[in-house]
Structures are given as C-alpha cells and as structure tokens.
Ligand binder design. Structure first.
Ligand code: NAD
Length: 335
C-alpha cells in the first residue's frame, strides 16, 4: 500500500502527538517534523527516527548543537501530501502561501480561524465535508469534546438548545509561560464565550451558548453540559446513545476528579498519559424538568489527535466512510 506522506509543522504539544499517532497507522507515514530550536524535543524526535526540519535561518543553530537538521521547512512541505500545521495559535495562517506553493494539502488546529481553511472538522460530525479538500481545520479541544456529545444526541433526539459552562485549565503541564495561576478567571468576561460559535462552524444548526472560566489546573478541562431536546428522551436513553460512541469513555469506579482520570490514563500506560476520549461521568447524566445535565472531562493535549488522523484520511479520500476511519484510527491507537 502506498502510504500518505505526512509532515508536521510545529512539533509542540499537539504536533508531537500527531506525529506519533500518524506513525501508528498503516496507511500514512511521517516524512518530517519541524522544530524552531535544537532543544530536547528536537533531540527526542531525532531519536525516534523522525527527520527534523527547521526554518531556513535556523539551520546553523541545529548544526552548532550537533543535531543537523534534515533540511528547511520549505523542503519538508514540498515532499508532503498533507502538512499538519501545529504551530502556535494564530501563526499557522502565515504558512498558507507556503502550502499552496508546494501544492500540499494542509490541516490547521483550533487556534486558527475557521475562514483560513473554510472547513472546520470533527470526525463524528461532518467527516464527509473534508472529503478531497485541500484545507481543513481540526477544531479546538473544547469544541471537539462538545461536538462529540452534541452530534449523536442531535441525530437521535433532536436538540432544541445547548448551554455549557467550561472550566478551562489555565496552561498545559509543560507550559512555563502561562501558568499555573492562583485565581479563577472569567475568560472572557464579555459573554458568551467563543466556544459556542466555534461549535457552529461544525454544526451550524445547533443553538448553543457557552461561558468559560480559567482555573488553576493544568490537567484537563471540565464541562457542565445542559441540553433541551425537541423529542422525548430519558437520562437512560441519553446514556445508551453516549455509551455507544467511539470516542466517549464513561468514568466511575471511584473517579471523582480530573486528577483521577489522569491517573487512570497513567495506569492504562497511555503514551504521555493521554486520554483521547471524552470522559463522561455517566452517574451525572440526569434529566431535570425536561432538561439534560451531565459532566465531562476533556484532555486538552490529546482529544484532537485522532481527529487529525481522520481528517488526513478524508482529505486524501483513502477512506470515504466516517465510521470506518474512526474505527481504524481507534484500533491503531488503542482507543
Ligand atoms: P505549542 O506551543 O505547544 O507548540 C507549537 C510548536 O510550534 C512549538 O514547538 C514551536 O516551537 C513551534 N513553532 C513556533 N513557530 C513556528 C514556525 N514558524 N514554524 C514551525 N514551528 C513553529 O502549541 P500547541 O499547544 O501544540 O498548539 C498548536 C495548535 O494546536 C494551536 O492552534 C492551538 O490552539 C491548538 N490546540 C492546542 C491545544 C492545547 O491544549 N495545547 C489543544 C487543542 C488545539
């Protein structure tokens, strides 16, 4: 089988995970990753066998550090069928001309605007929209987590409206620039938050409003989800639908916090203690005066990773069926 050639531009929190997930698949391969500095992450990437590329004006610094780069980002992009752009939010836009010039397809992450790619993606919600496309944006960790629960419930019962409060981690665990904070920060103060409109880039038919608060944790986000349906359903019906979803894990058995969810991921020997699935407390699923409530925890560093894999398959049309791609990705990653 000819494998799809994938390059990862920006080997940080998301990029390194995308690279490893691509390497686990049998229908795609990593042809290079890019780093701006010859640091420990670049060294680890080389140790794993990835070709590490860098910006043209940084080639010398890699030489000096004794870890020569495989070439420039421009050269890497030219050799790729698909570039997964994982540069910091807002920086990916500047790379569009590079991808267009090289004739390579590109995937951006949730830190970029919908308009950049013109197609915002969640595998279980709108896989077919990405079929054959040159540019796709995989939505953010929070939007991914919300689409995964909204889509199947809308398909099954019809959603009248969704209201969500997001408790957001203030920084990623390895981030020394943004956290930890000793505060609870309404984020943003001006309501509603951008997360609702972002869900609508994938599911335009959904009436959704969100509020968000940053809290002093690095582990995970937590969502309090409230929904009203057009059709009749019970808490048990909702549990049955969510329980059948390929990227939703029910948590219980004494797990009462995000810390314990992460401990579970460590016990499962998940790489980097990643939790690729939404973790829904099924005990929390309740109907009150006709409205649904539940809690879910979202691992911000990893839930978008399998979605990137499915986006590659859809764009390259090596699998045109969403369920089959999701099942293939999940099997390869051990979800
Ligand atoms: P990050 O800062 O951890 O990693 C970005 C990487 O890109 C770093 O290695 C940086 O050195 C490199 N880089 C910077 N400028 C570059 C350039 N010009 N060319 C090539 N590489 C460059 O960022 P991240 O958290 O992985 O975020 C990447 C994207 O994923 C953003 O759009 C972000 O919004 C989105 N995202 C992040 C999270 C999360 O929780 N971290 C979750 C979902 C989506």
């Amino acid at each position: 089988m000819v494998k799809v050639k994938v390059a990862v531009n920006g080997y940080g929190t998301i990029g390194k995970r995308v690279a490893d997930a691509v390497a686990m698949q049998d229908d795609m391969e990593i042809i290079g990753v890019s780093k701006t500095r010859p640091n420990f992450e670049a060294a680890m990437a080389q140790q794993k066998g990835y070709d590490v590329y860098t910006l043209a004006d940084r080639v010398g610094s890699f030489e000096e550090a004794g870890m020569p780069a495989a070439g420039t980002v421009e050269e890497m992009v030219q050799n790729a069928d698909v570039v997964v752009d994982c540069t910091p939010g807002g920086m990916g836009e500047a790379n569009k001309a590079l991808y267009e010039k090289a004739g390579s397809k590109a995937i951006w992450q949730g830190g970029e605007d919908h308009e950049l790619a013109g197609c915002s993606f969640n595998a279980n919600s709108n896989y077919e929209k990405a079929l054959g496309r040159d540019f796709v944006r995989v939505v953010s960790c929070n939007t991914t987590g919300l689409c995964r629960v909204i889509s199947p419930l809308d398909r099954e019962f019809g959603i009248k409206k969704v209201r969500v409060t997001l408790l957001r981690r203030s920084a990623d665990p390895g981030d020394i620039k943004h956290g930890p904070i000793n505060a609870i920060v309404p984020s943003p103060i001006k309501l509603p938050s951008h997360h609702g409109p972002d869900v609508k880039t994938v599911l335009p038919q959904i009436d959704i409003t969100t509020t968000a608060v940053k809290i002093s944790t690095t582990l995970m986000h937590l969502h309090t989800v409230n929904m009203e349906f057009t059709g009749e359903c019970t808490a048990k019906d909702v549990e049955d639908v969510l329980g059948k979803q390929p990227r939703i894990r029910f948590v219980g058995q004494g797990i009462t916090s995000t810390a314990e969810v992460m401990e579970l991921a460590r016990d499962m020997f998940r790489p980097r203690s990643d939790m690729w699935e939404n973790c829904v407390w099924n005990e929390s699923i309740s109907m009150y005066e006709g409205e649904l409530y539940f809690f879910q925890a979202i691992h911000q560093e990893s839930d978008v990773i399998p979605e990137n894999i499915d986006a590659i398959r859809a764009m390259m049309e090596i699998e045109t069926n969403a369920e089959k791609s999701i099942a293939k990705t999940n099997k390869a990653m051990g979800i």
